[in-house]
Design a protein around this ligand. Structure first.
Ligand SMILES: NC(=O)C1=CN([C@@H]2O[C@H](COP(=O)(O)OP(=O)(O)OC[C@H]3O[C@@H](n4cnc5c(N)ncnc54)[C@H](OP(=O)(O)O)[C@@H]3O)[C@@H](O)[C@H]2O)C=CC1
Ligand SMILES: O=C(O)CCC(=O)C(=O)O
Ligand SMILES: [Mg+2]
Length: 419
C-alpha cells in the first residue's frame, strides 16, 4: 500500500450537508488539485486572489484552509497512481474542492482523470456560466449579448467511455453480438472489419436530474428561458429522448404548458411570478445562432459532448477559454469540484504567462456555492476594474489596443490591489 500523501491542515473544519443544505463553517477545509501543465502557475496566482477576497470581505472572520490532494502527473510521480483513491475520498469527505486541469492523452493511454472524478463522485452537472466583462476583446459584434449558463450533463453520453478499439478481440466479439441480435443495424456499418465502436448511453434519470437543476437555477436566478440543446433529429433515442424527457419534466414537475401549440412550453417562476420559457434547438443551428443571435439564449441544458463543444465556443465569444470557469456539481449529495473549462495548455507550462481568470472565476463560483457572496462579489468587482484598465495577460493583450500585458502572477497581484 502507498503511504498517504495527504496532510490535512492543522486548523479548519469540514463542510457538511444535511437535508440537501450545506453547512459551511467559518474555517472550511477545501481540498485542491494543482493540475498539470499550466496548472501550478495558475493555482499559485488564483489561491492568493481567493484568500484576498475572503480576507477583504470578512476581515479575518472567515478563512479557507486549503489542503493539497494529488492527481495527474504529480500524483503519478509521487504515488504511482494517476488518481489515488485517497484523492477521490478527500473530495467525498470534504464535499467541496477545486482543481486545475489534468492531461488526457489522445488515442491510447489513460482515460480522462477529469471524467473519472466526475463519474466517481457522480457530479452530474457541469455548470459553466459564460458572461462578458466590459472591454474584453471578442470576435463577435455584440459580446455583451452573451450571458448564458450552460448545464452540461456530466456523467453519461460517450464520456461513459464504452469503446472497442478496431481490430481487437473485444471489437470482434461486439460486432458478432450485433450481427447475431440486430442484423438490420449491423448491416448499416459500412466497414465492420475495420471499425472502432463507441456506445452512447443517455438515460431518463440522468437527463431529468440535469434538466431539473437547470430549471431550479432559472427559478432561483430569475432567468428568462431554458433551452434544451440536442441533435435529436439524428440520434433519436439518446439526444431526441433528452429533449422529450426535458419537456416532460417541465410539464410534470414545474407545471409547464404548451406555448403557441408547442413544442415550446412555459411555466411561472414561483418566486417572481414571471414566465420562464422552455424551448429546444438542434445543436448545429444553436452553434450558429449563438454567434448571430446570442440574446435569444439564457440557461442552456445539454448533453455531455454538446456541452463540451458549446463551452469552448461560447468562451471564445467573450474573450477565450482563459476566462471560462466551471463547476462539477451533484446538487443532491452536495459534492462539487470546481475547475476551469480549459486544459493544461502544455506549451505555456511554467512560463507564468497564461490567464488565471478561469480558475479564479471557478473559485468565485465555489465561494458563491458556499454562500460567501461578498467574497465572490469582491472578485467580480476586481475583474471589472482590472480588465477595464487594460491590465491583461497575453491572450487578451494580443487582441486589445493599448493593453498592458502582464504575467499570470501579476494579473493576480492586480486583482488583489483592485479589491
Ligand atoms: N478539465 C480539464 O482538466 C481539461 C483538460 N484538458 C486536457 O488538456 C490538454 C491540452 O488540451 P488542449 O486541447 O491543448 O486545450 P487547452 O485548453 O489546454 O489549450 C488550448 C489553447 O487554449 C488557450 N488557453 C488555454 N488555457 C488558457 C489560459 N489559461 N489562458 C490563456 N489561454 C489559454 C491557449 O491558446 P493559444 O495557443 O491561442 O494561446 C491554448 O493553446 C489535453 O490533454 C486535454 O485532454 C482539456 C480540457 C479540459
Ligand atoms: O478530460 C479532458 O481531458 C477533457 C475534458 C474537457 O474538455 C472538458 O471538460 O471540457
Ligand atoms: Mg472541453
Amino acid at each position: 500500500m502507498t503511504a498517504s500523501k495527504l496532510t490535512p491542515p492543522a486548523d479548519g473544519s469540514k463542510i457538511t450537508i444535511t437535508d440537501g443544505k450545506l453547512h459551511v463553517p467559518a474555517n472550511p477545509i477545501v481540498p485542491f488539485i494543482e493540475g498539470d501543465g499550466i496548472g501550478p502557475d495558475i493555482w499559485r496566482a488564483s489561491v492568493r486572489v481567493l484568500d484576498a477576497a475572503v480576507a477583504k470581505a470578512y476581515g479575518g472572520e472567515r478563512k479557507i484552509h486549503w489542503m493539497e490532494i494529488l492527481a495527474g502527473e504529480k500524483a503519478f510521480n509521487e504515488t504511482g497512481s494517476w488518481l489515488p483513491d485517497e484523492t477521490v475520498q478527500a473530495c467525498r469527505d470534504y464535499l467541496v474542492s477545486i482543481k486545475g486541469p489534468l492531461t488526457t492523452p489522445v488515442g491510447g493511454g489513460i482515460r480522462s482523470l477529469n471524467v473519472a472524478l466526475r463519474q466517481q463522485l457522480d457530479l452530474y452537472t457541469c455548470l459553466r456560466p459564460v458572461r462578458w466583462f466590459k472591454g474584453v476583446p471578442s470576435p463577435v459584434k455584440k459580446p455583451e449579448d452573451v450571458d448564458m449558463v450552460i448545464f452540461r450533463e456530466n456523467c453519461e453520453d460517450i464520456y461513459a467511455g464504452i469503446e472497442f478499439a478496431e481490430g481487437t478481440p473485444e471489437a470482434t466479439k461486439f460486432m458478432a453480438l450485433l450481427q447475431e441480435h440486430f442484423p438490420d443495424r449491423f448491416k448499416k456499418i459500412r466497414f465492420p472489419e475495420t471499425s472502432g465502436i463507441g456506445i452512447k448511453p443517455v438515460s431518463r434519470e440522468g437527463t431529468e436530474r440535469l434538466v431539473r437543476a437547470a430549471f431550479k437555477y432559472a427559478i432561483d436566478n430569475d432567468r428568462r428561458s431554458v433551452t434544451l440543446v440536442h441533435k435529436g433529429n439524428i440520434m433519436k433515442f439518446t439526444e431526441g429522448a433528452f429533449r422529450d424527457w426535458g419537456y416532460g419534466l417541465a410539464q410534470n414537475e414545474f407545471g409547464a404548458v404548451d406555448l403557441d401549440g408547442g413544442p415550446w412550453m412555459t411555466f411561472k417562476n414561483p418566486k417572481t411570478g414571471k414566465e420562464i420559457v422552455v424551448k429546444d434547438v438542434i445543436a448545429d443551428a444553436f452553434l450558429q445562432q449563438i454567434m448571430t443571435r446570442a440574446k435569444e439564449y439564457d440557461v442552456v441544458a445539454t448533453l455531455n459532448l454538446n456541452g463540451d463543444y458549446i463551452s469552448d465556443a461560447l468562451a471564445a465569444e467573450v474573450g477565450g477559454i482563459g476566462i471560462a470557469p466551471g463547476g462539477n456539481i451533484n446538487y443532491v449529495t452536495g459534492h462539487a469540484v470546481f475547475e476551469a473549462t480549459h486544459g493544461t495548455a502544455p506549451k505555456y507550462a511554467g512560463m507564468d504567462k497564461v490567464n488565471p481568470g478561469s480558475v479564479i472565476l471557478s473559485g468565485e463560483l465555489l465561494l458563491r456555492h458556499l454562500g460567501w457572496n461578498e467574497a465572490a462579489d469582491a472578485i467580480i468587482g476586481a475583474m471589472d476594474k482590472v480588465i477595464a484598465a487594460k491590465t491583461v495577460t497575453y491572450d487578451f493583450a494580443r487582441m486589445m489596443d493599448g493593453a498592458k500585458e502582464v504575467k499570470c502572477s501579476e494579473f493576480g497581484d492586480a486583482l488583489i490591489a483592485a479589491m
